[in-house]
Write a protein that binds this ligand. Structure first.
Ligand code: PGA
Length: 304
């Protein structure tokens, strides 16, 4: 049987994503390329590996057996890469960092400073949602992750490196824009533009309000911070966002933060990696850099 390591990687990505499209995104391949690899693997094995249940793709019995072995093989391969990577000097390795979408407002600034200091490191940045970040940690397919809330269902090491203040945003002509010490209960009269269910910002917002026994009226839901900001500017409602995402809008007064009791809600950003992971010299250098310097390079302005 001739099975390639590439086919196993593609197979594993389809199996844990239950989707050819999501596997293609994760692997930075086109969807036809992913389907072709799976088809060739099925031809080689002589058994179907996936079947369709409605919109979901699930593994057949043969697929489940193969998944068991391919996970073990892929983990061993990544470990091998880590060991070989650790034998390279700090300035020759490669480094894969994955960040939550909100982190992407400051991650490039960090990477730019780091890359100047270590020009020989081959850096790759993935920007994705929380669910994918957790999967990447689980399958050990990333060196370091920057995110808002470390996962509880995967064994990880996590270290806080910077404040992540959450603020209530409104268009400048909103009736609450010039009021001070707005009681939080007043927000129950407003509609809120929401991020998608998997967003860390949304989780924090829901926790903040439920801890105060407040029911918030949900308006439109959007999967991107940029869309949320446009919606708030257009008067579709208020929202709660990370201060990191609105530095430009505050500067140009396209949005304002409201002076609501309890806000800014102080959260933290965390650097996260799989527990027991052998960090390469490049990954260790990035970890040390983020913990020591991220806050001075990328801390957001305090709202007035
Ligand atoms: P997110 O931000 O809302 O873009 O997922 C990450 C987080 O705050 O956990």
């Amino acid at each position: 049987m001739h099975i390639s390591l590439r086919q196993l990687r593609v197979f594993e990505a389809v199996a844990h994503n239950h989707s050819y499209t999501r596997a293609a995104e994760e692997l930075h391949l086109s969807q036809p390329a992913v389907s072709m690899q799976v088809r060739q693997l099925e031809d080689e094995i002589g058994l179907p590996l996936f079947e369709r249940l409605g919109k979901r793709i699930v593994t057949t019995e043969a697929g489940r057996e193969l998944y068991h072995y391919s996970r073990a093989i892929n983990r061993a391969l990544r470990e091998m890469e880590e060991v070989l990577e650790s034998l390279k000097g700090i300035n020759r390795g490669s480094l894969q960092v994955a960040v939550a979408s909100t982190v992407n407002y400051f991650a490039p600034r960090l990477l730019a400073v780091f890359q100047k200091r270590y020009p020989g490191i081959n850096l790759r940045l993935d920007v994705t949602n929380r669910e994918m970040l957790v999967q990447m940690l689980d399958s050990n397919s990333v060196d370091l992750v920057l995110m808002g809330l470390p996962p509880k269902n995967v064994e990880v090491e996590s270290e806080a490196f910077m404040d992540n203040p959450l603020v209530v945003v409104a268009p400048p002509d909103h009736p609450l824009a010039h009021q001070h010490c707005i009681p939080v209960e007043r927000l129950a009269e407003e509609t809120f533009v929401m991020r998608e269910a998997g967003s860390g910002t949304r989780k924090a917002m829901e926790r903040f309000f439920s801890e105060r026994g407040l029911l918030i009226r949900h308006g439109m839901q959007m999967t991107r911070n940029e869309a949320v900001k446009q919606a708030v500017r257009s008067g579709l409602g208020l929202s709660v966002v990370s201060l990191h995402t609105i530095e430009l809008e505050l500067e140009t007064r396209r949005l304002v933060t409201l002076d609501v009791e309890g806000f800014p809600d102080r959260r933290q950003w965390y650097l996260v990696y799989r527990r027991g992971k052998r960090l390469s010299p490049a990954a260790s250098a990035f970890r040390d850099f983020v913990l020591a310097e991220a806050a001075s390079i990328a801390a957001p302005q305090t709202p007035t």
